[in-house]
Design a protein around this ligand. Structure first.
Ligand SMILES: Nc1ncnc2c1ncn2[C@@H]1O[C@H](COP(=O)(O)OP(=O)(O)O)[C@@H](O)[C@H]1O
Ligand SMILES: CC(C)(COP(=O)(O)O)[C@@H](O)C(=O)NCCC(=O)O
Ligand SMILES: [K+]
Length: 243
């Protein structure tokens, strides 16, 4: 079995895979990886892969250093089943690459836009020949709400849940709709622009912040919450002989 560890800016995701299939997924603190000992005790793990977009504290580094199985760190030196055209592979967040690999595995030979809505929203493009062209980074939903509150004198911290109106009638509804509609327009804008350039485009939506919105583009959109984990699993299997 494979142990997959994806350490994000907000949450760590840990999964166990058997071949290509997810057996179980855990959400954990990125400061403690509390569930890791139990997971290792529960499953006959043979090898592991980890990707992180944060600097790990001593506790987490030590936990990973003493895993009882070989551990592959995903970084710019890792062999990948796609070609990486990012000009600074050493600064790339490898959760982005994992999502791309996960998408290519499901639809090889397709032009794909991957949208990952987590702490940040990332947009990645990989072409039908398996070349990752790069992509864009914008603020995630919680970050938008937090920025409006923290960088102004009078705006409260508004939560995503609550009354929605097409045009705000008070501060709460104005801010909620401003953030959520802004994200929806941003996401559908990317999809439309890329679809214009690549008519056969497929789109994957992933990340912890669920997004379903009205669009006539629905038929080309696949939602897959576990795309990064699946991509990491694919990369681990791809590197089987190298770890
Ligand atoms: N079970 C869960 N545990 C933690 N966060 C969750 C969960 N389900 C949904 N979320 C949402 O997912 C967001 C984190 O998304 P994620 O893609 O994991 O971020 P990152 O990779 O940047 O850490 C949180 O801001 C939260 O709103
Ligand atoms: C863009 C990100 C902050 C996204 O992180 P996440 O929302 O998944 O926690 C992360 O991939 C990152 O720190 N990237 C480094 C910069 C780059 O990819 O070029
Ligand atoms: K993200």
């Amino acid at each position: 079995m494979n142990l997959i560890i994806d350490i994000g800016n907000t949450v760590a995701k840990i999964a166990v895979f058997k071949d290509k299939d997810i057996v179980e997924v855990f959400y954990d603190s990125n400061q403690t990886l509390e569930n890791l000992p139990d997971i290792c005790a529960k499953y006959a793990v043979e090898k592991a892969i980890a990707a992180t977009v944060i600097d790990l504290n001593e506790q987490v580094s030590a936990q990973l250093a003493c895993l009882p199985v070989p551990l592959l760190w995903l970084n710019e030196t890792t062999s990948l089943p796609v070609e990486n055209l990012y000009e600074t592979p050493e600064t790339l967040g490898y959760d982005r690459m994992a999502a791309v690999v996960g998408a290519c595995e499901q639809f090889p030979g397709k032009d794909i836009l991957v949208i990952d809505a987590g702490t940040c929203i990332t947009y990645e493009f990989v072409d039908a020949a398996g070349r990752y062209h790069g992509g864009n980074i914008s603020p995630g939903v919680q970050m938008r709400f937090k920025a409006l509150h923290e960088l102004t004198g009078r705006l409260p911290l508004v939560s995503r849940e609550g009354r929605r109106l097409p045009l705000g009638k008070d501060t709460d509804t104005a801010m909620r709709e401003g953030v959520l509609k802004g994200m929806e327009y941003e996401i559908s804008g990317y999809i439309m622009a890329m679809k214009h350039k690549y008519p056969e485009l497929l789109v994957f939506l992933t990340g912890g912040d669920d997004f379903s919105f009205d669009t006539n583009l629905k038929s080309i959109i696949f939602a897959d919450r576990f795309l990064v984990l699946k991509g990491l699993n694919r990369i681990l299997n791809y590197n089987n002989d190298r770890i």
